[in-house]
Design a protein around this ligand. Structure first.
Ligand code: AMP
Ligand code: GLY
Length: 427
């Protein structure tokens, strides 16, 4: 099988690396890819959102399976275009991708399907939105831009003043552009977060082991939100009983509701959950692998990913056997550019990746890198995801940070406490 991965981050590098290990896969391409995907496969110089050229490439090269990484490529209809051209592709159609592309659509669907989530209201005008905030009794509210905002359109507010300012920045100043034409205002949930990724073929749901992301930039969950500064898998907060509840009360009703709404869901259904005192509640749905969650999750997956995604794309996921996992936990530490998630410079030469890769159990996934001649240079905010497998979480963490220690470039930094939340649970 010839496989094409669309995207250029850490998620795409781990996808390409894992797909390349499938016995049936003969060739892996990544469009546009990064230095890591160029080393482990072959890069194609086509942007992730250039649908026409991607379809043409798929046809010319007779690609047997395409896997879409980023949400923007799903929301703009890449999957629909590939299917129309008769090409096999794993990911949701444009109408199904609305589950991530519009928070108000996703919240309404959850309301209809009785899926546990924060109480909410949707507004298309700033005046009504502000009136609603003024009339609420609680202090903490969450204000969300309706559309895609690269993970930045969510503002957790501790006072009415903050909520009013959030409405202004999203709806009036249009800080996130058209994504702010609508806002969702919801109750603030309290608890620990977890990410559940499930492979779905429209009917059959195959949940992957739970993981946990670290969105804030600084240790102890301080500082501004980022795309994710590290992740680990499995997340011990999700035990088997909790997973059963998540499947029964969240995943099954959501997939069912999407069918009723005539938007059959095929792809990765990613439920971002808050584990509250009243059980798991959905913070958001995404429609693709999480980044960085994909790194620790896929590093532990022993099953043949290419076969699984092919079966899902063909609507035959019920034929897949039980998933096989490496029993060792995995921890992924993101190394970022100085200044991220604010502005940063690119082009710094990175040294030490081979030394980190040589550590037993460690694999360095590239997130924002490029090749400049012989050198690997930084090319994004999140630059590398150093991922370690270990006998337990503490050992996996130790190995990942040994990898981090071997790597250097001007301004490199990372969080030092990735996976510490797992310590609250006995191993
Ligand atoms: P989202 O993009 O919707 O996952 O939101 C980004 C982050 O904002 C989440 O990972 C949570 O940390 C936080 N968040 C979103 N919605 C809520 C909520 N209703 N209550 C508390 N925190 C939230
Ligand atoms: N790690 C969060 C995301 O992929 O949206």
């Amino acid at each position: 099988m010839k496989v094409l991965v669309i995207g250029q981050g850490g998620r795409e590098h781990v996808l390409l690396w894992k797909l390349a290990r499938s016995p049936s896969v003969t060739k892996v391409y990544c469009a546009p890819g990064n230095a890591g995907t160029a080393i482990d496969g072959e890069n194609v110089d086509i942007k992730a959102t250039d649908v026409d050229r991607l379809v043409k490439f798929g046809q010319t090269e007779s690609i047997d399976l395409t896997v879409v990484g980023p949400e923007a490529a799903l929301v703009n209809g890449t999957v629909d275009a590939f299917r129309e051209a008769g090409l096999r592709i794993f990911g949701p159609s444009k109408p199904a991708a609305e589950l991530e592309g519009s928070k108000s659509f996703s919240k309404e669907l959850m309301r209809k399907a009785n899926v546990p989530t924060a109480e909410f209201q949707t507004f298309t005008g700033a005046t009504e939105a502000k009136l609603y905030v003024e009339e609420r009794e609680e202090m903490s509210l969450v204000v969300k831009a309706d559309g895609l905002a690269a993970g930045k359109g969510v503002i957790v507010c501790q006072s009415k003043e903050e909520a009013l300012a959030a409405i202004d920045s999203i709806m009036v100043s249009r800080e996130f552009g058209e994504a702010g034409a609508r806002v969702v205002i919801e109750e603030c949930l309290v608890g620990q977060e977890a990410s559940i990724l499930a492979i779905v073929d429209g009917h059959t749901i195959l949940p992957l082991d739970a993981s946990q992301d670290h969105k804030p930039a600084l240790d102890g969950d301080q500082g501004p939100n980022t795309g994710g500064m590290g992740a680990y898998c499995p997340a011990p907060i999700i035990n088997d009983d909790m997973m059963d509840v998540i499947v029964e009360k969240i995943l099954v009703p959501t997939v069912h509701a999407m069918n009723i709404d005539n938007r059959p869901f095929q792809g990765i259904l990613y439920a971002g959950l808050m584990i509250t005192n009243q059980g798991p509640k959905v913070l958001e749905f995404n429609v693709r692998f999480g980044d960085p969650e994909a790194q620790p999750v896929l590093m532990r997956l022993k099953s043949d990913l290419a076969e699984l995604l092919k079966l899902a794309a063909d609507g035959k996921l019920s034929e897949a056997g039980e998933l096989e996992w490496d029993s060792r936990p995995a921890v992924c530490v993101v190394m970022a550019s100085e200044g991220y998630p604010g502005s940063y410079t690119k082009g710094h030469v990175i040294r030490g990746i081979p030394e980190a890769d040589a550590i037993d159990g460690v694999k360095v996934f590239h997130a924002g890198t490029a090749l400049h001649g012989e050198n690997i240079v930084s090319d994004g905010g999140r630059v590398l995801g150093v991922t370690g497998l270990g006998e337990n979480i503490a050992d996996a963490k130790l190995r990942a940070y040994q990898g981090v220690k071997a790597i250097r470039w001007d301004g490199a930094w990372c969080r030092k406490d990735i996976s510490d939340k797992a310590r609250d649970f006995a191993e």
